[in-house]
Design a protein around this ligand. Structure first.
Ligand SMILES: [Zn+2]
Length: 204
């Protein structure tokens, strides 16, 4: 691809993004240690300006590294007034070795957060009943998990975060420290790096 293409693409994404200074901090709770990365990811989602989101570390999340979910009180408010929590596991799932968020490269972490924000975009479009059914289906249906994870990645890619998403996937798949089980799960349920590249190219 000629250089001008890259420049045009770059300018396109920059024009879609908002400045970090424009992010509404009053309705966001962000731990200091990941503040820079969260703010970068948020610049790609101007629609989430008025959406309250709390990023919260948790000692252990069952079967995942990060998890986006509506808050409990969101079930009692209108769709526009919902708030969300993104739980972040202190320890990353690896069989023997200890691995924390601090060990993850900055870009990879931004991609990871971008994916979770993609889930929030998806939740925003769902009704209360829709969300309950959604939650149940996620627990029991592999096909549904696949759809949901693809939706989150697609939101992130369409918001200009494709390169970050790609880095996050490659980081896990190329990393000897991650267990084969974890990688197999990623391959089975998530969009492949090739597909992500394909979607990035389609945008051009
Ligand atoms: Zn996900």
């Amino acid at each position: 691809m000629p250089l001008t293409h890259y420049i045009t693409l770059f300018l396109y994404f920059v024009s879609c993004m908002i400045a970090t200074a424009e992010i509404n901090r009053d309705n966001k709770i962000i731990p200091q240690s990941i503040e820079a990365e969260v703010l970068i990811a948020l610049t790609y989602y101007p629609e989430l300006k008025d959406t309250p989101i709390e990023f919260r570390f948790k000692d252990n999340i069952r079967k995942s590294t990060m998890q986006a979910q509506p808050t409990y009180k969101s079930f009692f408010t209108s769709r526009e007034n919902r708030s969300y929590i993104i739980l972040i596991s202190r320890k990353i799932q690896i069989e023997d070795e200890k691995f924390t968020v601090a060990d993850i490269p900055k870009d990879v972490l931004i991609g990871w957060i971008g994916h979770e924000l993609g889930h929030i975009m998806d939740y925003r479009g769902r009704s209360k009943v829709g969300m309950l059914i959604f939650g149940l289906k996620y627990l029991f249906s592999g096909t549904h998990i696949k759809e949901v994870e693809r939706a989150a990645d697609t939101f992130a890619i369409n918001h200009g975060m494709g390169e970050y998403i790609l880095r996050t996937k490659n980081f896990i798949l190329d990393n000897a420290n991650f267990s084969e089980r974890y990688k197999a799960k990623l391959r089975r349920l998530y969009m492949s790096p090739e597909e992500v590249m394909h979607l990035i190219q389609e945008q051009q």
